[in-house]
Design a protein around this ligand. Structure first.
Ligand code: UD1
Ligand code: CA
Length: 459
């Protein structure tokens, strides 16, 4: 098989984004644009992938990691100049080089495969991925001759009025014979409105040499959307969201209102799970089968088992078992481990809390830095007092313990197996197994108090 190489252009600042964040790092459905491109390219069995970095180089490299090699473009003199920076990595190679812009997050591996297939079939030196845009403003236009063959690409800013009426656009994805590409690059000039070295000029250069140049027109303009500003970013977000939601629905997940359901690219959801409106699933999330998630819930980096229900709640960086009931209005903060059949009810906040099987905190609790055994019942309003202003301490509540309502467990402290804590207690010492701890003042009733009070007032 022919060798394949990839180049991603990601050195630009992205001026039109008007942002402190470098353009290609802007997320679409939670994943930076350039990472979407890298992930698609990674499935194409490339011998080498080179990312051209410049603005925010360190941040872009940190994002992509070792999935790519890098070439630095110190000054952004245009897309042709950008590709030229990969010469050290690629110039001596034989094969096909795919060039993709880091700001086209919706491009798919399938479409790039189709482009590569046509390129190889016709033995072209260059093939352009094109699309027909309802509004081609800003894109390079594909100029074809009388026979319909591609002649050249003209940038929007350089185009005549007549050329601007062309609706077939350059998507910014191409494949080239590698040697022909690097040879042609040295002949690109910057004699144009923007004073830049345009990669699209390579097309005309190769054409003038009599080489075969083709265009592969995809019928999905949406997939080729180039994100230059926040409006296009919102369009990309919407399209990506539709793509992700559709994938899950085809896989057997019910999404009640796909327009108002936001699922990160790499999340996994089991069949017969129902996602209710207003649910936001962020980062690395795996949800089992037969769950009910939402409405109005935010789940980030969590692993969730089967048949679990999470309503109107927030859960971050935690693991949640099977048959768990969470919410409404619960907050599961990072490093919590919730076993099977646990209940975390309304207005309960957990932080770094381990809950054993069958344990419950049903109402109005804060349980932080805690190890809760199995079948523990934490009464309404009970809290762990985990922080002395400087350090955090551990509370242990062992199997089958029962914590009465509105108790304070002042850490470090342990409530032993099967022990009871009387309602309203402030527990500062260990409670032995099977004991009852009462830590509050005894009730005193002052009989006929009101009568005596009234007598005092009248005297
Ligand atoms: C480019 C194409 C245009 C095409 C459109 C598709 C050129 C001259 N124009 O226009 O024909 O229709 O993409 O979306 O190529 N970059 C660098 N170094 C540079 C300049 C750009 O790495 O010196 C990177 C940018 O970070 C970006 C990509 O190349 O990821 C495209 O650059 P951009 O300025 O967005 O080009 P467009 O004007 O969109
Ligand atoms: Ca662009």
């Amino acid at each position: 098989m022919t060798n394949r190489y990839g180049v991603i252009l990601a050195a630009g600042q992205g001026t039109r984004m008007k942002s402190k964040l470098y353009k290609v790092l802007h997320p679409v459905c939670g994943k930076p644009m350039v990472q979407h491109v890298v992930d698609q390219l990674s499935t194409l069995s490339l011998q080498k992938l080179v990312t051209i970095v410049g603005h925010g180089a360190e941040k872009v490299k940190a994002q992509i990691g070792d999935k790519s090699e890098y070439a630095l473009q110190e000054e952004q003199l245009g897309t042709a100049h950008a590709v030229m920076q990969a010469a050290n990595h690629l110039a001596n190679e034989k094969g096909i080089t795919l060039v993709v812009c880091g700001d086209t997050p919706l491009i798919t591996a399938e479409t790039m495969e189709a482009l590569l297939a046509q390129h190889e079939r016709v033995g072209a030196k260059a093939s352009i991925l094109t699309a027909v845009a309802a509004d081609p403003t800003g894109y390079g236009r594909i100029v074809r001759n009388a026979e319909g063959h591609v002649e050249r690409i003209v940038e929007h800013k350089d185009a005549t009025e007549e050329e601007r009426t062309i609706t077939e656009i350059n998507t910014g994805t191409y494949c080239f014979d590698n040697e022909a590409l690097f040879e042609a690059l040295s002949n690109v000039s910057n004699d144009n409105v923007q004073g830049e070295y345009y990669l699209p000029d390579v097309i005309e250069i190769l054409k003038n040499k009599g080489e075969i140049v083709t265009a592969f027109q995809t019928d999905s303009f949406e997939e080729t959307l180039g994100v230059n500003d926040r409006y296009a970013l919102s369009q990309a977000e919407k399209l990506m969201k539709q793509r992700i939601n559709k994938k899950h629905m085809i896989n057997g997940v019910t999404i009640i209102d796909p327009d108002n359901t936001y699922i990160s690219t790499d999340s996994i959801i089991g069949s017969d799970t129902v996602i209710h409106p207003g649910t936001v699933i962020i980062g690395d999330v795996a949800i089992g089968s037969d769950c009910e998630i939402g409405p109005n819930s935010e789940i980030q980096n969590c692993k969730i088992g089967d048949r679990t229900v999470i309503r109107h709640s927030v859960a971050h960086d935690s693991s949640i078992g099977n048959d768990v009931a969470i919410g409404p209005f619960a907050h599961i903060r990072p490093a919590s481990q919730i076993s099977d059949k646990v209940k975390v009810g309304n207005f309960v906040e957990l932080k770094k809390a381990v809950f054993g099987e069958g344990s419950k905190a049903s109402h109005l609790s804060y349980i932080g830095d805690a190890e809760v055994g199995t079948n523990v019942n934490i009464g309404c309003g009970s809290i762990t007092v985990n922080y002395d202003g400087k350090n955090k301490f551990l509370t242990k509540i062992e199997d089958n313990a029962f914590i009465g309502c509105n108790s304070n467990l002042v850490a470090p402290v342990t409530v032993g197996k099967g022990a009871y804590v009387a309602a309203g207690s402030t527990i500062t010492n260990e409670v032995p197994n099977d004991a009852l701890a009462i830590a509050r003042a005894r009730q005193v009733n002052k009989e006929n108090y009101v009568e005596r009070l009234n007598q005092k007032k009248n005297s």
